[in-house]
Design a protein around this ligand. Structure first.
Ligand SMILES: *Cc1c(COP(=O)(O)O)cnc(C)c1O
Length: 388
């Protein structure tokens, strides 16, 4: 067969190997180790001469199926599944960086990643500089001779800043660096950074890949050259994904595109509605023509995702009143769930930042973030109307 299967076919079929039981759905291999026919076979598998499973810290058939399926969807040579999104970025840094190396990162990234860079990698002599994600000149100025890695998340959380992946990849390669993209908010259903020139994609599978708030996991995807190193770290250090979680994420991948399109449609309609309300100062969503980088978002994404934010004119008081008057929308900082969630970034996800850093990142006291779920749009609106 020389036809290349499409995204939707890969999403439900890639990586599946049936056992002799001929199951239709992928089995969960809950085994910690594997047996060999004899001592010679054990020696051959241990030495790497013969392929085979040894121990589920680093090889498990359910996890492998998930890895192969996600690699196919992102268009990468290899995927390494990890215990969480945080262990995906940790494994990536431990495998690809040395003491004395430097990272240039977008300042608008997931909060725990900033803490990982500043409080932990720094102790091992890896320094990080931060730049506004959409300011290409600032990225270039921040690059030093020892810079090895550019790190970006786009669209950013919570203010939907858009970075130009193609331009950043070009810049990274001109300086001998790798571009790592956190593709959590779009997923490969909406944006495929590797096809735009990025070297590595990381995921928190906890978010849209699961999509139903059940399990914590992560993944790193890229070329064999880098992924073999990431796998080498994971194999030894052990931040591995459990087979049960891998099975949940496999099932999540099968409906990922349908869910991402539904999340995006609900979020776009909600953003348009919010934008014309007198109580709302400004809406942050890359799907709105009023977004300063709407054209770029349209070029590099298939749709605009489920997360939006907006400034309320009444500041913190108005934001808290809105949050406290919801009856359907869940008050939680999590996102990427069928259930809509609402949060006040200034006092939750970004509460650890200094007031200056918050202001610089555009996170005001009246800012509210909603990760729009799959409920009826009319119910989501009615739930918000009460507090507005
Ligand atoms: C949640 C999240 C992470 C971290 O993932 P965990 O699975 O919680 O460890 C990383 N990046 C982004 C954008 C996230 O939203």
């Amino acid at each position: 067969m020389d036809r290349k299967p499409g995204f939707d076919t890969l999403a439900v079929r890639a990586g599946q190997r049936r056992t002799e039981e001929r199951e239709q759905s992928e089995p969960i291999f809950t085994t910690s180790s594997y047996v060999f026919q004899d001592a010679a076979e054990a020696a051959a598998v241990f030495s790497g001469e013969q392929p085979g499973n040894i121990y589920s810290r680093f090889t498990n058939p359910t996890v492998r199926t998930f890895e192969q399926r996600l690699a196919a969807l992102e268009g990468g040579e290899r995927c390494v599944a990890t215990a969480s999104g945080m262990s995906a970025i940790l494994s990536c840094c431990m495998a690809l960086l040395n003491s004395g190396d430097h990272i240039v990162s977008s300042r608008a990234i997931f909060g725990s990643i900033t803490v990982l860079f500043n409080d932990h990698l720094a102790r091992f002599g890896i320094e990080t500089s931060y730049v506004p994600p959409s300011d290409l000149a600032a990225w270039e100025q921040a690059i030093r001779p020892n810079t090895r890695l550019l790190f970006v998340e786009t669209p950013s959380n919570p203010t939907a800043e858009i970075a130009d992946i193609e331009a950043l990849a070009e810049l990274a390669h001109a300086h001998g660096c790798l571009l790592v993209v956190d593709n959590c908010f779009c997923t490969p259903a909406l944006q495929r950074p590797l096809t735009l020139g990025a070297d590595v994609v990381i995921h928190s599978a906890t978010k849209y890949i699961d999509g139903q708030g059940r399990a914590v996991g992560g993944a790193v995807i890229g070329r064999n050259e880098q992924m073999d190193k990431v796998f080498g770290f994971l194999r030894t250090a052990g931040p591995s994904m459990s087979p049960f979680n891998a099975w949940i994420f496999l099932k999540g991948l099968e409906t990922l595109r349908l869910r991402m399109e539904a999340h995006s449609a609900n979020a776009l309609a909600l953003a348009q509605w919010l934008e014309q309300l007198p109580q709302v100062e400004r809406v942050y969503y890359s799907g709105l023509p009023s977004h300063p980088r709407h054209e770029l978002a349209k070029r590099q994404q298939r749709a605009f995702g489920g997360v939006l934010a907006f400034d309320l004119k009444g500041g913190k008081e108005a934001a808290w009143r809105l949050i406290d008057s919801t009856e359907i929308i869940s008050v939680t900082a999590n996102l990427g769930d069928t259930k809509s969630t609402i949060t006040h970034p200034a006092t939750t996800t970004h509460g650890r930042l200094t007031p200056e850093a918050r202001a610089e990142a555009g996170i005001g006291d009246g800012l509210v973030r909603i990760a729009v779920g799959l409920e009826d749009l009319s119910d989501i609106k009615a739930d918000l109307e009460r507090g507005l």
